[in-house]
Design a protein around this ligand. Structure first.
Ligand SMILES: *Cc1c(COP(=O)(O)O)cnc(C)c1O
Length: 976
């Protein structure tokens, strides 16, 4: 058939098919906007693959014995406008009180310029983790600003670019101290924030770390077996300790001093570094992040340089941005010390962190850039003065104020608690209530004289605004003047924090950084296993609504009925799509979900007297977080081989199960496999493990291939995490925030995470995150996505993601690439792996050369070197249209052709466009161009490259960066 004729036929075919079908002509239908290919493109791809329709395709590759035969029972899809109307109605049941609860969460003023240009800007929200640094210099610079800010404020040399929240950061710090000192006792301040202690306790227990309360923080005796001491600074009641003796004694005993800090207080207080502490952690939430009923918020960790080798920094968990240099010798940023991380070190990694809090960290960094050191100091001083004024007035009124030295939080005993509660309700104010009848008040950036008037009124003190205004600034306060506690060292002296203070300057700075980074606004990001799909604008709006953004995580439940409804809906809907019985929304990343799920398994096994079961089987192809999480939960990892089709080697599995059957706790499997295949043996694998007393943990990162087609809870899995930032549309944020809720069968439900401050019915005691429902505000994104798609839309998205992947695989196969793994029918699931190994031998071309050369074509590389070395793993998702996939495929085919030219000597074996990639504008325009290949080939190998994003640096030298570790902003003159 001639092409024109074919097209005509297809059009007729499509037209006849869509009569009576709502989708293709219903412009209100959200699924039409979420799903990339048009009806015509879909038919073209199906025809290319030789399938009649989507059902025929997915019926072929989803194994018969796991297929879901029913429709998903979800509410019918709404269009965007109606969805937003419904959600607005739901959150109208949330009530925004002024919250002075504190406990590590403080209201703040989020600069609108940052909301509009960063938080609500896909250029910032939609990039991937910066593993391809040449097209990620913007956010790497911003994350380096975050590290510099943290290092400056904490006074410690090396900082990471975010941890999940302050509570997990406490746990990470304690584990770091234990690893570093090779000891396992941690002394803790009993005045840590309660959620910090709760997560510390959860995480310490399986690792055998002993937690001992610190009796006298200001004059303790420390024994020689102590790994570290962890203290809240200022403590949860607001008191600022004198830590001189504590730190001295700890060091004498050979332990490390860990301070959990309030970041804003450090503008006024002596920094942990000045005090001699070794590790500082905390949350940067109050630097411009909305409360969001729990998050997402960026936590930080910084460490001292304790020896010449900088061992502590090299053992630190979380992502670290470092400075290195590119092929032309210019400074360039990259992720440093990756050899510590789970994706390389697996169960020996320093932590299981993968997705962290990159976007929230960027917001906090930009808040510091926006304000600069002087305004930050002024903000802190105003807060401190207000607290001091309140303390003084309460004391004058004869009330007991607990502590003399504080920053923003005071603990005070009301004369009449009942009266105070009535007045608080009348004024819509939340205070913290202690068991001993005292209340806590934490003052924040938003507090005005009228708020202070109200805070006095609660205690039956009347004062007029004018005199409050007059007196606040003149009140003597504990940190101002000659206080021993006052900070005397400068901070944020780097130019970047002293340059962009007008709105135009800041907009331009943010835009300049954004313009260096490739995100979904430029081209597809075909990252296998990461599911970089559309994050629709309508889904991202609600998280900024006041009734979502401005609620304290420990606000009373009756103020958060709207949130409770969203959580209930979400849990019910996720149960429906996954086949599980219960969900916990608490884990704030996939890896944290793995950890929570493994603890549920552990709790269950202990409850039935099977605590000797400690073996966790993990296939070789598993994601690095699996073994790292298993290690944290104190399971013993045993590796199961894959066969040559990429499936779990069932013989090896059987042998290992038999060998360990009395000690088998669990298997962790990914489905469809990380090799991009629906393994037909999955039911047998689940049965085999169950028959031998083990539990099945199914890693749900690849759930995008299953929604509406099959359900892990049906075919034998006991527990899974689901990455809402992959399958369910939370944007990747350049490396977070994420959300990793876990679903379980009912027998595991009692072992799901609980919370020390907000009772969760029927759940365990232990928490895995600071707040009961994790990063609540972004759960609205997933709620919106499911509500917009409905059951049929979700299923079609899955089917289209599978068609897209198979179409690309087939085209690449026809274009000279080998697809490494396929199923028995010759098909893939929603992703696939292409083999780049042969080019090493034939042309000396490495997989990284292909990855970097793709940048010259305007694309982000697929997942590189995992799960198979020297290969690329490609996942298009349902959101990419056929045109875009064709451009990507044609680029890879063109690169294959370039490799052929190296093979046959037409291109030089060393100085060729692949080895020299990526090409910056500067390199291409250099009048001294003297390479043996044309500039045009370097710059514009294909027509669509004319609107590509140019890499802003040449190829970056990784080894140099790790040898010469620089993790804060280098002085400006070093760029000359
Ligand atoms: C992304 C991913 C994870 C880890 O999830 P995070 O949210 O990044 O912690 C685990 N397993 C697989 C297969 C993944 O792709």
């Amino acid at each position: 058939m001639k092409p024109a004729r074919l097209l005509f036929d297809l059009r007729r075919h499509v037209a006849s098919r869509v009569v009576g079908s709502v989708r293709a002509f219903n412009y209100d239908c959200f699924a039409d906007r979420h799903i990339g290919p048009s009806e015509l493109q879909k038919q073209q791809m199906l025809q290319y693959m030789g399938f009649r329709d989507l059902d025929q395709l997915t019926n072929t590759n989803v194994p018969e014995n796991i297929k879901l035969n029913d429709e998903l029972h979800l509410p019918a899809a709404l269009d965007e406008w109606r969805m937003l109307t419904e959600l607005r109605e739901i959150v109208s049941a949330n009530h925004v009180y002024r919250s002075y609860i504190g406990m590590g969460f403080n209201d703040c003023i989020v600069p609108k310029v940052i909301i509009s240009n960063l938080l609500q800007n896909a250029g910032w929200t939609s990039p991937y983790t910066p593993y391809q640094p040449e097209i990620a210099q913007g956010r790497l610079e911003s994350l380096l600003n975050f590290q510099t800010m943290v290092s400056d404020l904490t006074g410690l040399e090396t900082s990471n670019a975010s941890l999940l929240d302050e509570a997990t950061a406490c746990a990470e710090a304690a584990c770091l101290a234990a690893r570093y000192t090779k000891r396992n006792t941690i002394l803790y301040d009993t005045k840590l924030h309660p959620q910090n202690f709760a997560v510390l306790k959860t995480r310490a227990e399986p690792l055998g770390i002993k937690l001992v309360p610190l009796e006298n923080v200001e004059n303790p005796s420390i024994s020689k077996d102590v790994a570290g001491v962890i203290v809240q600074y200022p403590n949860t009641e607001g008191k600022v300790y004198d830590l001189t003796k504590l730190i001295e004694n700890t060091h004498e005993a050979g332990g490390l001093a860990i301070l959990a800090c309030d970041i804003l207080s450090l503008t006024m207080l002596r920094s942990p570094g000045e005090l001699g502490a070794d590790i500082a952690i905390g949350s940067a939430q109050r630097f411009g992040l909305p409360l969001g009923y729990g998050g997402p918020h960026p936590a930080f960790m910084s460490v001292a340089k304790t020896n010449a080798k900088n061992t502590l920094a090299r053992m630190m968990p979380g992502r670290i941005v470092g400075v290195s240099r590119d092929a032309q010798g210019n400074p360039a940023y990259r992720l440093a010390l990756q050899t510590r991380e789970q994706h390389i070190r697996r169960d020996k990694a320093t932590s299981n962190i993968c997705t962290a809090q990159a976007l929230p960290a960027n917001i906090a960094a930009m808040y510091a850039v926006y304000h600069g050191p002087h305004r930050l100091a002024q903000i802190a001083k105003n807060i401190h003065k207000s607290a001091a004024y309140l303390a003084q007035r309460y004391a004058e009124a004869g009330l007991t104020v607990s502590h003399d030295v504080y920053f923003d939080t005071i603990k005070v005993k009301p004369k009449n608690l009942t009266d105070l509660r009535v007045r608080s309700e009348q004024k819509k104010i939340n205070l913290r209530h202690f068991d001993d009848g005292f209340v806590g008040i934490s003052v924040d950036e938003t507090v005005l004289p009228i708020d202070i008037q109200d805070l006095l009124y609660l205690f039956a003190i009347e004062e007029d605004i004018k005199s409050i205004e007059a007196q606040t600034s003149s009140t003597a306060s504990p940190l101002i003047g000659n206080s021993d506690h006052a900070r005397r060292t400068p901070f944020l002296t780097h130019e970047v924090f002293n340059s962009h203070h007008s709105e135009l300057q800041l907009i331009r700075y943010m835009k300049r950084l954004e313009n260096k980074d490739l995100s979904l606004v430029h081209s597809m990001i075909p990252l296998g296993s990461c599911t970089m799909k559309l994050n629709a604008s309508a889904e991202l709006i609600p998280m900024s609504w006041t009734r979502v953004a401005n609620i304290h995580p420990f606000a009373p439940i009756d103020q958060t009925r709207g949130f409770q409804r969203i959580f209930n809906d979400l849990e019910r809907w996720l149960c429906e799509v996954s086949g599980y019985d219960n969900f916990s929304l608490q884990p704030n990343s996939g890896a944290n979900g793995e950890y929570a799920g493994l603890l549920a398994i552990k709790g269950y096994l202990e409850s039935i007297g099977q605590e000797q079961r400690k073996i966790c089987l993990i296939p070789t192809s598993a994601h690095g977080t699996n073994p790292a999480s298993a290690h944290l939960a104190n399971f013993e990892v045993k590796v199961v081989e894959s066969d040559r089709h990429g499936n779990i080697n069932f013989k090896d599995l059987s042998a290992k199960v038999d060998q360990y059957k009395d000690r088998l706790a669990a298997i962790m499997v990914t489905y469809p496999s990380t090799h991009g295949v629906f393994e037909s043996s999955i039911v047998d694998v689940c049965n085999k493990v169950h028959e031998n007393g083990g539990q099945v943990y199914l890693d749900g990162a690849n759930f995008n291939a299953q929604v509406g087609l099959c359900r892990p809870g049906d075919y034998g899995s006991d527990v899974s995490h689901f990455n809402l930032h992959k399958t369910f549309c939370i944007p990747h944020g350049g490396g977070g925030p994420g959300a990793g809720p876990i679903g379980v069968k009912s027998h595991l439900a009692p072992f799901l995470p609980g919370h020390p401050l907000v009772p969760l019915l029927g759940r365990s005691e232990g928490a895995v995150a600071a707040t009961p429902w994790g990063s609540s505000s972004i759960l609205t994104i997933t709620w919106a996505y499911i509500r917009l798609m409905g059951g049929r839309g979700l299923k079609e998205a899955t089917q289209m993601s599978i068609l897209n992947a198979n179409y690309m695989a087939r085209r690449l196969e026809n274009g000279g690439y080998r697809i490494v793994y396929k199923d028995e029918q010759g098909l893939n699931a929603h992703e696939f792996i292409i083999d780049c190994k042969p080019f090493k031998k034939s042309a000396g071309i490495d997989v990284v050369d292909i990855a970097k050369r793709l940048m010259d074509y305007g694309f982000h590389s697929p997942t590189m070197a995992w799960p198979v070395h020297d290969c690329l793993m490609i996942e298009p998702t349902e959101s990419e249209s056929k045109d875009e996939m064709d451009r990507f495929v044609d680029s890879l085919i063109a690169i294959r052709e370039e490799i052929r030219q190296v093979e046959n000597g037409e291109l030089d074996k060393d100085v060729n466009p692949l080895k020299m990639a990526p090409h910056t504008l500067k390199v291409c325009l250099d009048s001294a161009w003297n390479r043996p290949y044309p500039r045009e080939l370097a710059a514009f190998p294909k027509p669509w490259c004319h609107h590509k994003l140019w890499p802003t640096v040449g190829r970056i030298d990784d080894q140099f960066g790790d040898r010469n570790l620089v993790c804060s902003c280098p002085p400006v003159d070093s760029y000359e």
